[in-house]
Design a protein. Structure first.
Length: 417
């Protein structure tokens, strides 16, 4: 089985937030919002109106919640000052790994910067709460839903201010990759009054600690790995952030069963993300032209074949598996088979006589050995009796294929000198 990989463009940011005393500046639990323009909370703006009324699709405050129901649905909170942290609860309902919620911030309601992109929205029974740091100059926050499938429940919005800001905040970006591709880490730590000048990365797989700012790392297995980054600045301030990174892997599997010259292929994908798509090459010269992993193919020529299946998952990762087999003889057409006689068979000198009987159309003779190599060819026009000389061939089994403009047969002959 051969492994291939493709880089994914899913970037996740991990930010350490200090557990200091906080002042709540703004909250909204959407309890009185009924999914209509007339019940939008004071100061908020919605591009789309929709809500959930069930406990299962609401945060810990209980029903109701806001419903992101269409692509690019956008909600904006009222303007604020001095907030340094935003928190909220979300839950994906029927979403996939491509649907995501984007949080942006702005100082002037004109220029917007991305705070976070939430991919793979939590679809568990209780949803999940998130918390992110905001810039000191931020006065506006906005949420934009990028929909692939499904909808997103949003609840328990809160803006807070820490009593004392941390002198240094550890943070990093990590890209989800396919197995066999290096993972890139980017330090985005910030020191309020100094310069970040020391890094300690634990990649969570038992490898040595890395002390560079923006390292790369190759994981030897797939899975999700815990990441710990410890940073310090030139003023000896220290902070730690924990996160994780995923290494995606898909496994392609194909098998074959043979009856005569008919091969049944059975294939499937596993261990990847989401749904799978396929490309099958049955080694007939047509390349990867078949889009089903389960396929029945009839071979017309004896020989050794290797069929391969490429399996893709929904994240773009792929794997290729192959199956090898031998076709000893192609199918016999019974319409003319009884008319064709080959003698002597076996032959003790490699000489054969072929009698076509009543089959007198223009035909061709092709003879293969057991590994599919052509050892004799001849075009026939009208003469129903042919002499075949294989005296220069070694002892063994050979296959005679006779074709005309309507049909073909294959018969086995034996040389035993």
């Amino acid at each position: 089985m051969k492994k291939y990989s493709a880089i994914l463009s899913i970037i996740i940011a991990f930010v350490a937030l200090s557990a200091t005393a906080q002042t709540t500046l703004q909250t909204e639990d959407f309890t009185t919002y009924l999914g209509t323009a007339g019940t939008i909370p004071v100061g908020w703006t919605f591009s789309y109106n929709g809500n959930y009324t069930t406990t299962a699709s609401s945060g810990i405050s209980g029903p109701n919640s806001y419903k992101f129901g269409v692509n690019n649905a956008t909600i904006s909170a009222p303007a604020f000052t001095n907030a340094d942290t935003v928190s909220f609860w979300v839950k994906g309902n029927g979403t996939d790994s491509l649907s995501n919620l984007v949080l942006v911030e702005s100082a002037d309601n004109i220029v917007w910067d991305t705070v976070a992109k939430l991919y793979k929205l939590p679809t568990n029974l209780t949803g999940q709460s998130f918390k992110y740091a905001l810039l000191n100059a931020t006065h506006y926050v906005r949420f934009v839903y990028k929909k692939s499938i499904g909808n997103c429940a949003f609840d328990d919005f809160k803006l807070t201010r820490n009593a004392v800001g941390p002198p240094i905040t550890a943070a990093f970006n990590a890209a989800t990759v396919c197995f066999g591709t290096t993972t890139a880490f980017s330090d985005i730590s910030v020191s309020d009054s100094g310069i970040v000048n020391s890094w300690s990365w634990n990649f969570g797989d038992g490898s040595p600690i890395n002390n560079t700012a923006n390292p790369t790392h190759l994981y030897l297995t797939s899975g999700t790995f815990p990441i710990t980054l410890i940073v310090s600045d030139n003023l000896s301030h220290l902070d730690t952030v924990n996160g994780s990174v995923s290494v995606d892997s898909v496994v392609s599997t194909i098998s074959s069963s043979i009856v005569g010259n008919v091969v049944t292929f059975t294939g499937f994908g596993s261990n990847g993300s989401g749904s799978y798509s396929y490309l099958l090459d049955v080694d007939d010269g047509g390349g990867f032209a078949i889009t089903s992993p389960n396929y029945i193919y009839t071979y017309s020529i004896p020989g050794n074949y290797t069929a391969c299946l490429i399996t893709y998952d929904s994240q773009g990762c792929l794997d290729t598996s192959c199956t090898s087999f031998t076709i000893l003889a192609t199918g016999v057409n019974k319409i003319i088979s009884s008319e064709v006689l080959i003698a002597p068979n076996p032959s003790n000198n490699g000489l054969f006589n072929i009698d076509f009987g009543n089959t007198n159309n223009q035909s061709s003779i092709t003879i293969h050995n057991v590994i599919g190599k052509i050892v004799f060819t001849k075009e026939i026009d009208g003469n129903t009796k042919q002499h075949i000389d294989l005296s220069n061939q070694t002892n063994g089994v050979y296959f005679v294929t006779i074709k005309n403009d309507k049909e073909s047969i294959t018969k086995k002959i034996i040389i035993n000198k």
